[in-house]
Structure formats: structure tokens, C-alpha cells
Design a protein around this ligand. Sequence first.
Ligand code: ADP
Ligand code: MG
Length: 287
Amino acid sequence: MPHTFINTNVIHFEFVVVVNNHKMNALIAVALFVVTLDIGLQKPQHNNTMMISLNNIHKSYETGSNKLHVLKGIDLNVEAGEMVAVMGSSGSGKSTLLNILGLLDMHDQGDYYLDGNLIKNMNETKAAQLRNKFLGFVFQSFNLISFKNAVENVALPLYYQGVSRRSRNKLAMEYLDRVGLLPWAEHLPNELSGGQKQRLAIARSLIAKPKVILADEPTGALDSTTSSEVMDLFQEINQSGITLIIVTHENDIAHKTQRIIKLRDGLIDTDHKNGHTKPVSKPILSL
Ligand code: ADP
Ligand code: MG
């Protein structure tokens, strides 16, 4: 900061000296340029315009006397509105990374900014607040509550936000409609097919209007046709402006995203823009 003050004084000084000089405008322009440059150099290293910004993230697990270093310095920026696939062999740290992004687990070292918020030394209450505000989750095993019907499952995140039963059920019905499950509103999860269960989980992930949806192998338990339908739904969600990060080990699933990141040995091995994204004709999720 003191450095900025010095340069401000330089401008002032130059302004007084050259006040009657024809070169005044040019000199002021140069001085302003110096200050702009100076302020630019003092910007923090992270990029606050990113939805997700990771800088040198490390994570180890300790089991007994063993320490397993899973993430060994992950650097990653994801812009708002991107749809990204995270790939890598089993055990490469995909879920670990997603859990850190989702504030379900904390990193040991490095900086994580979520929509410009530094995630550091966070207690569970604060983490839960940020999860509620920013994040939606979809898992391979759906994680639905078996004794609650479809509409109650979708409405659940709003229950935690203290929304009245009537309001949350009304909104849940709208989201059920959007994922094509309105006729199944009163049914329990075990009366639904795998694809229907995942669409239900996706509706639940959307209801609190998250900025980012994190999906861990969302098609891992589905046949290829149903997987493709679920990915079409994710593409529609992404077109409504929501940032999506999808962990998968299936190439055809990854190729339905815009960018493929591969993890290897605890680091990002490759990070490619994907040219094969299928355009979606009708944006249905515009709530
Ligand atoms: P992936 O999702 O890519 O298959 P994970 O992130 O689940 O990989 O796991 C990475 C490594 O960390 C694996 O070796 C796994 O056994 C280990 N691991 C994951 N979670 C824990 C945990 N809670 N405690 C100890 N080890 C863990
Ligand atoms: Mg995993």
C-alpha cells in the first residue's frame, strides 16, 4: 500500500510543475498509467472473477501411522458458467477434490476461493451456510431419503433454509415438473427407476438456486441411454448459467462437457477445452 501513496504524490508533483505546460496532458496520462500499473501489480494473486480458484491445494489423509498425500498442489480456475469434467483413474483424488470444492472436507494447504470468498479455517456452521448459498450436490448413489416421497426429497434443502412447508412444496413441484417427474411427486424413491432417481436428485440440487453444482460420478449407476439423458439435463442446467463440475471416468460423459481435466498422481495432468459439446436446443430450466 505505501508504494501506491508514493506514486499518487508523484502525480500531484508533476501536475503542479507542468500546469502551464503544453505537455501537461501527456504527462498526466503517463503518470496515471504508472499508478494504474502500480495498483495492478498490487492485486492479490488469485482471480476474484473466477467462480472457483484453487492455488496449490494439498490434501492428505492420515490413517493410523500412515499418511496418504492425495492432492499435491492443485491449481485450477473455473469461470462462472463453465461445464467441466474431472477424470482420472480410481483413487486419483477426484472425489477428494470435489469434496474440498463442496466444503464437505477441508484442504490442508493452499488457497481456495469460491465466488471470491476465501475458504479457510471454516467451522461447520459457516461451511453449511456457504453450501446452502452456493452449492448443489449430485452423487452416484443419489442420496435420497428413502422414507420421504419425491416432492419432500426435492424440497429438503428449503426445509434447512426455514422456508414454510407450503412454499417449499410448491417450488419443489415446479422443479419436479422441469425434470419430467411431476406424475411421480407422491412416490417414494424405491418406486422410481435409476434415471428417475437421479433426475429427482438433480431437481433437489437445483431448488436452492445454487451457483455451482458438483456431481460425483452422477451416471455411474445408470445404463448408457439413461446416462445420456441425465447429461442432456446437465447441459440444459448449464445453459441456464449454473457452473457444473462433473466427476466421471467415462469418456463419452466427459465429452458432453466443455472442458476435461485429468488428475494423475495428485496433480492436474491435462486440462483441455472440449470441442464436442452438443448444443442444446431448448433451455427448459430458466427459473
Ligand atoms: P477417486 O474419487 O479418484 O477414486 P478418492 O478421492 O476417493 O479417489 O481417493 C483418493 C485416495 O484417498 C484413495 O487412495 C482413497 O483410498 C483415499 N481416501 C479417500 N478418502 C479417504 C479418507 N476419508 N480417509 C483415508 N483415505 C481416504
Ligand atoms: Mg470417487
